[in-house]
Design a protein around this ligand. Structure first.
Ligand code: RAM
Length: 974
């Protein structure tokens, strides 16, 4: 067993040496033994993924979730065995690594600490979990497989198509003005014929500088989109591993790859950067196919000069500009044996540098949902506008009957329509977002681009007379983060808001967390990710996704050691981190650690955290962060009076210093912890000294803005006895504004949680219900299906805001999603807990009549469902094994509380902690509980609220996603 020791050595907070997480989809291991209703593990995971194929981590985390139908049925001990042969996991077998029985009731994972793992090997592992008492352990089995594990044994070379003959593009695509002269070239095709016989196991390891799609025997390998994903290709290039055993034929086979520019050599970020300005000039492929026979011998087919290259129908493909298929150039059958490639040229070998290759650590982007056309409107001669009813990131799949040679179908994408019902594309800036199909007379073509994606709700399709809704579908693409949360309540508009928040996440978690999917930007802005992470991690299991992106954040660090504003880093985009932006390098690992319990989030990040704080300190020895390290975005896009920059910056300086100290504490680095705690104390004192004026009763923070108070309260910057006065002033400012928020990206994320903490959940509810600008419901009432970048991106009076920066799919202001779960439904992790070892259940009903939150936590399913009917408050709680919970039952009459119909005093696994005005608090062990009590007096609603609806059906067990991938069921109950 390994892993950094916990500061307190105990697992009360889930911070044990094993206090790590698991989950996502159910493992495909053997079924659990043990009592059917009793404690059992499920969802076995390796490095936060289910049965990953091709890892290169030397100490992977083996994690699990727990379930039991009994109360207090908690684990007491676990054992993990790892072996190459499954039979070595059985009693009497000889496992490679065996933890033996480890007494650790908090464990939900263990870092592998056995003998060094061998490259390209499958390892099976078995988990045993003991309940209390004499029962036999419950067991579950899973596997993981290694790829290239640090051994420099790659044989493949990087190969491509000589770019020079390709550099002249076809006639510029209609609407793709920005393409002129930028040299987008046809997508190279690369093929290699080989023979195979008696192969028992075949693995394909693939990467690209650019994007690849690879086929074996004409069949597409895997379902990754936009692979190998975006990284700073000068620092790190990911590869993927596929099991292709089933695709091989005896005799002749063909490996066939299509390459595209992607982030490597296409348009990335802002105009006027040229395509290929950031990383490379033309795309290249690297692949190795390992064929193992029954005799155990392995043959390798690698990319080299024996591959042949040509071009086909894809005349260009670019993430921002779009894709063009000209069927007159189609190389039919090129991916199959027997194709005559004599007219093709030998592949150009560029180099054999393997130094930057890493196995991908997250799930790839996949086609995650298909949305049918809601309506098709004819707007001109063979021109139709299709409405998919949902703003999303992805592309259109179109069925075209017969397209005469040279005839053109054009698909333009837009988030909105203008007053005339035409696509509104001004806000895409230079992103042409236009896909083109050119016919060659063949019948029945299905056109779906493969190497681009767009942010859109509407598609204008020209060139298909009589287009029918059945001929077109929108395919939503995003990184495959297993959906983990579900929320609903009695107010349909708040439910719609939650759906908008979810779609903002789905549209912008595309290999990296982007700001927006539509315009010429789509960058991994750090602050956006920081403010949205708490919401994102309640919607989905983002552990693997952020493991990958934190590498990008790390790779992007400046020579001085600072974090940047965007990651992956792009030359030319304001490099050095602004206050609140660079701080994401500290805040994100901390939040991930608390959510998933994996201490590696901290151990990997701590050096960068320290360097960041030291850098700010060096530039600002008086502890007021005013000498900027990079640019300053203040409280980005806040309406009204700006919060003074020094206030924003210094507050973040203090907060990041504090979190750095706490990270060091968790990792057992006591001196470091001490140093940064002291620094945080000093910055806090300076903050009060410089920015706070207080006379006992009242308090004012320089600038007197909502965000100023929010930062000071959320980050604990005020003396304890002064905080209530600050909260009062904050409430006054919110009330006098509407009540409304005058906050930007940074402030908005803190608003509801802080108001709630200081007893003003009523104001948070009022903000939720507000429907005038600025508010969440204003966009919703004007047709929004995702969160807008600006509160007033469109208004009836002014129409669209300036198109230079007006996205309708920006998740930052969607950070309210966190409070819907944690506040409204009341499903929260206790502030002292890690990895959901202790929950805090505390509903904030406001004027609602019910709310539900279900969350697949690191430990297992947690759930809260409450309902207020007449004068009875009903509260159902589910606490996963190994956890406990503080449950606040809302009532003014402690004597009225019942649990499952009986007196709580008679119940085991339940202790009364205190009765306070408004609620009675219990500590409960794991299990499910049903409290009822006389409801407290109706909360005074600050604004009108939607009429109550009937109790909504509870979200389906373990299947919370509003959308599921066809063929990819979400986790099912073990
Ligand atoms: C904008 C982006 C992003 C924001 C930065 C400061 O261009 O939309 O959301 O973080 O600026």
């Amino acid at each position: 067993m390994s892993g950094p020791p916990a500061a307190d050595g105990a697992s009360a907070n889930g911070v044990s040496s094993n206090g790590v997480s698991a989950d996502g989809a159910s493992s495909n291991g053997t079924s659990a033994h043990g009592g059917s209703q009793g404690l059992r593990p499920y969802a076995l995971r390796c490095d936060h993924r289910t049965t990953p194929l091709g890892i290169d981590e030397s100490t992977p985390l083996l994690g699990w979730r727990l379930v039991s139908e009994r109360r207090g049925d908690d684990p007491t001990a676990y054992r993990v065995r790892v072996a190459e042969r499954p039979e070595d996991l059985d009693e009497g077998g000889r496992p490679l690594w065996d933890t033996g029985r480890v007494e650790d009731p908090g464990a939900i994972g263990v870092l592998y600490a056995g003998p060094a793992l061998t490259a390209r090997t499958r390892y099976h592992w078995r988990l045993s979990v003991w309940p209390a008492g004499p029962s036999a352990p419950a067991e579950e089995t899973s596997w993981f497989e290694t790829a290239f594990t640090g051994t420099p044994d790659w044989r493949a070379s990087w190969i491509g198509h000589d770019p020079h003959p390709l550099a002249v593009m076809d006639a510029p695509t209609e609407g793709a003005h920005a393409l002129d002269g930028h040299g987008l070239a046809p997508c190279p095709l690369l093929r290699r014929t080989f023979t195979a016989s008696n192969v028992t196991r075949a693995r394909l390891y693939v990467s690209a500088r650019g994007l690849y799609e690879i086929r074996l025997g004409g069949v597409r390998v895997g379902d990754a989109e936009l692979a190998p994903g975006w990284t700073d290709y000068t620092r790190r290039i990911q590869y993927q591993t596929y099991d292709v055993t089933a695709l091989l034929r005896e005799g002749e086979n063909v490996l066939a790859a299509t390459l595209a520019d992607g982030w490597w050599s296409g348009f990335v970020g802002f105009e006027p950067r040229r395509a290929g300005a950031h990383y490379g000039a033309f795309p290249q492929l690297l692949a190795e196919l390992h064929l193992t026979g029954a005799d155990g011998r392995t043959t390798v087919i690698a990319t080299d000069s024996a591959w042949r290259t040509g071009t086909g129908a894809v005349r260009h493909a670019d993430l921002l500009m779009g894709e063009c298929h000209d069927l007159r150039h189609a190389a039919d059958g090129w991916e199959l044996p027997g194709y005559d490639d004599s007219g093709w040229t030998p592949a150009l070998v560029t180099d054999a540098d393997h130094g930057l290759l890493v196995a991908s650590v997250d799930e790839p982007v996949r086609a995650m949902a298909e949305l049918p056309a809601r309506s098709v409107t004819r707007t001109g001669e063979a021109v139709h506008v299709v409405d998919f009813g949902q703003n999303l990131a992805g592309r259109v799949r179109l069925r075209v009957a017969a397209l005469p040679g040279g005839a053109r179908v054009t698909v333009r994408h837009a988030e909105a329509l203008d007053a005339a019902g035409r696509p509104y594309t001004a806000n895409l800036r230079t992103a042409a977002a236009t896909d083109v199909l050119i016919g060659d007379g063949r019948e029945h073509t299905v056109f779906e681009p493969g190497f681009t994606y767009h942010g859109f709700r509407y598609a204008e399709i020209s060139g298909v007379p009589g287009l029918r809704a059945a001929d077109v579908v929108a395919v939503a693409l995003h990184s495959d983060t297993p959906w983990a949360g579900a929320f609903d309540c009695s107010d349909p508009e708040i439910n719609r808001l939650h759906t908008c928040v979810e779609w903002g996440q789905r549209s912008n978690f595309v290999s990296v967390p982007t700001d927006c999917p539509q315009r010429d930007e789509r960058l991994g802005w750090l602050a956006d990710a920081q403010v949205f992470l708490p919401t994102a991690a309640l919607n989905a299991d983002v552990a693997a996704f952020f493991t990958k992106w934190l590498r990008d954040v790390e790779d992007a660090r400046t020579p001085e050691g600072g974090f940047t504003n965007v990651a992956p880093r792009l030359t030319g985009v304001a490099d050095e981190g602004a206050p609140g932006w660079g701080d994401a390098g500290v805040i994100i690992p901390w939040h991930l650690y608390r959510t998933y319990g994996d201490p590696r989030f901290l151990s990997r990040a701590l050096p960068g955290m320290r360097a960041w704080i030291d850098l700010i300190h060096r530039h600002n020895p008086d502890l007021v962060w005013r000498r900027k390290v990079g640019p300053h975005f203040a409280d980005w896009l806040a309406p009204g009076t700006p919060t003074p920059r020094d206030v924003v910056a210094t507050a973040y300086f203090a907060h990041s210093a504090r979190l750095t100290a706490r990270a060091a504490e968790v990792l057992g680095e006591r001196d470091t912890a001490h140093t940064y705690h002291r620094l945080a104390d000093d910055i806090r004192a300076v903050f009060t000294d410089r920015f706070v004026i207080s006379d006992g009763e009242t308090l004012s923070i320089e600038g007197d803005t909502q965000t100023g108070y929010l930062l000071a309260l959320a980050f604990g910057l005020l003396p304890e006895d002064r905080a209530p006065a600050a909260a009062r002033r904050l409430a006054e400012l919110v009330e006098s504004a509407g009540p409304a928020l005058l906050t930007g990206f940074l402030g908005v994320a803190l608003a509801a949680p802080v108001l709630d903490t200081y007893g003003r959940a009523d104001l948070a509810h009022a903000l939720l219900r507000r429907a005038e600008v600025p508010s969440w419901l204003f966009p919703l009432r004007h047709g929004a299906t995702t969160i807008w970048e600006r509160w007033d991106g469109w208004t009836p009076d002014a129409g669209f805001r300036a198109p230079s920066m007006n996205s309708f799919n920006h998740y930052a202001l969607g950070s309210i999603g966190e409070w819907l779960h944690r506040g409204v439904a009341g499903l929260d992790q206790h502030p002292d807990s890690t990895g959901y070892r202790r929950l805090r259940v505390r509903p904030r009903p406001g004027a609602l009549t019910h709310a539900n939150s279900r969350y697949l936590s690191a430990r297992g399913t947690a759930e809260v469902r409450w309902e207020r009917r007449d004068d009875t408050f009903s509260l159902r709680v589910r606490v996963p094994p190994g956890a406990d919970a503080e449950v606040y039952v809302p009532t003014d009459e402690p004597g009225s509380v019942r649990e499952s119909g009986g007196d709580p005093a008679d119940r085991d696994h339940l202790t009364l902690l205190r009765a306070a005005p408004g609620h009675t608090v219990y500590r409960v062990a794991s299990g499910t509980y049903h409290f009822t009590a006389t409801a407290p007096g109706p909360a005074a609603p600050a604004t009108a609220f939607a009429p109550a609806t009937a109790l909504a059906p509870a979200p389906a067990e373990h299947a919370p996603a509003p959308l599921t991938r066809v063929g990819s069921p979400e986790e099912s109950t073990p």
